[in-house]
Design a protein around this ligand. Structure first.
Ligand SMILES: [Zn+2]
Length: 432
């Protein structure tokens, strides 16, 4: 049997090691960008490779639609992956082996499999002489896994013209299926929590470890970190999350209510994605690093710590104020990386068309919105006023713990899921 386009694209991309170590080199991004650019050129499109730095390459191409009066849609993916260590895996993470009906390798789900679906869908339409109803800006970015400063963020800041006229975008992380009480449910991503990474600096008086000492930077920092980490952020159900939970309640036969017990039941009913959904019910603040002192009998005058805080749409200021209060008077809180939250409506034509494209092939399925706890390049496109959704459709076997595969060991994706997703993308792009 010959390999379908989506399978060979996914395997080729996985075999190009584009591990992003968060430092300067980004090996393989240029090669992957050239691969995608030549694929698009062969389809008759005119891709441009843009480098923020040597090797940190993104590709962009505009596929003209039949109605130039309509605003463009950005269909985007990232070409980098998080590193993978051979010794942890049961297969070569860059081998793209096919085993048990699945493609195994780093990027299979995040997100070279999806890149391949998008590219294969474009090819199928172009081969059939079809064009989309509106312009599609195809963009494949570098550096998503380290915040996009050398990829999407750099692109929107330095080449906004590439996205001219675009109002909406589609990319990861949504459209995959889960099973809820025996019913297949596709989660369409309409929101992303915001992120603020905080640096804490505690100040005290330097001194000898043997003395009575009440102004100790380490004690101040430890107290602050403990209060921040233990803080019980209240439950706050946004409209997106409410819609998801009400949908889940219907399927589970549970009366919807926003009390903690009912919410726990609903989250548990969502299976492996429950933990992700749980994180969308509230703001979070997790201490992650501390740095202080150099000798057991010396009290340092400063101590530093780091907190990863994720906020619900519209709550950044309030979350920061709360963390500052928790930190107390001796500890200064400074935000050093902030990324916006995204909160988009579900009742819009683009989403309806995506739902139709899924249910055409899976008529009994339910499609519900969800808010992701992490971030995607859609945050960067948002600075151009582009509304970015997560839709990389995959019909998955219920036993597969999909969320665990993101950045996970033995990352893999069923071939059938990619084929399904390509069919769905073709229907979606025809109608978008
Ligand atoms: Zn990703």
């Amino acid at each position: 049997m010959t390999e379908s386009d989506v399978v060979s694209l996914a395997r080729d991309l996985i075999r190009i090691d584009t591990s992003n170590y968060g430092d300067a080199d980004g090996p393989g991004e240029r090669e992957a960008a050239e691969y995608v650019a030549s694929f698009l050129s062969n389809l008759g499109l005119e891709p441009t490779i843009r480098e923020s730095e040597p090797g940190r390459a993104s590709v962009v191409a505009r596929w003209e639609g039949s109605d130039p009066a309509r605003p463009a849609l950005v269909l985007h993916g990232h070409l980098d992956v998080v590193p993978a260590f051979k010794e942890d895996w049961s297969v070569d993470p860059f081998g793209a082996e096919i085993k048990d009906g699945m493609i195994w390798g780093r990027g299979a789900v995040d997100m070279k499999g999806a890149d391949a679906m998008y590219l294969a869908a474009v090819k199928r339409m172009i081969d059939a002489g079809e064009r989309p109803p509106r312009d599609i800006v195809l963009a494949f970015f570098a550096d998503e896994e380290h915040g996009g400063r050398k990829g999407a963020k750099w692109m929107v800041e330095n080449h906004p013209e590439d996205f001219e006229g675009a109002t909406e975008a589609v990319s990861e992380v949504g459209g995959f299926s889960i099973e809820v009480a025996g019913r297949r449910v596709y989660l369409f991503q309409t929101g992303e929590k915001g992120m603020q990474w905080l640096r804490l600096a505690a100040q005290g008086i330097q001194g000898h470890g043997s003395l009575v000492h009440r102004d100790n930077a380490v004690t101040h920092l430890a107290g602050a970190m403990s209060r921040i980490g233990h803080h019980e952020w209240p439950l706050e159900i946004t409209p997106t999350v409410e819609r998801l939970l009400r949908g889940a309640a219907d399927i589970l036969g549970v009366d919807y209510a926003e009390d903690p017990e009912t919410l726990d039941r609903l989250v548990a009913g969502l299976g492996s994605v429950g933990r992700m959904v749980e994180a969308s019910l509230r703001n979070t603040s997790n201490p992650t690093m501390m740095d202080a002192g150099y000798k057991t009998n010396v009290i340092p005058d400063v101590a530093g710590g780091f907190v990863d805080s994720r906020f619900l749409p519209g709550q950044q200021e309030q979350v920061l104020r709360t963390i500052e209060e928790l930190a107390g008077t001796h500890v200064k809180v400074e935000q050093y990386i902030t990324e916006r939250a995204i909160d988009l409506p579900f009742d819009v034509p683009l989403v309806r068309k995506a739902i139709d494209a899924v249910t055409a092939d899976d008529p009994d399925a339910v499609v519900l919105p969800y808010m992701m706890m992490g971030g995607t390049d859609n945050k960067h496109l948002a600075s151009l006023g582009i509304a970015g959704y997560g839709f990389a459709p995959l019909r998955l076997p219920p036993e597969l713990d999909f969320p665990a595969l993101f950045h996970g060991i033995d990352e893999r994706v069923p071939v059938e899921s990619l084929e399904f997703g390509t069919d769905v993308m073709v229907r979606f792009l025809r109608d978008c």
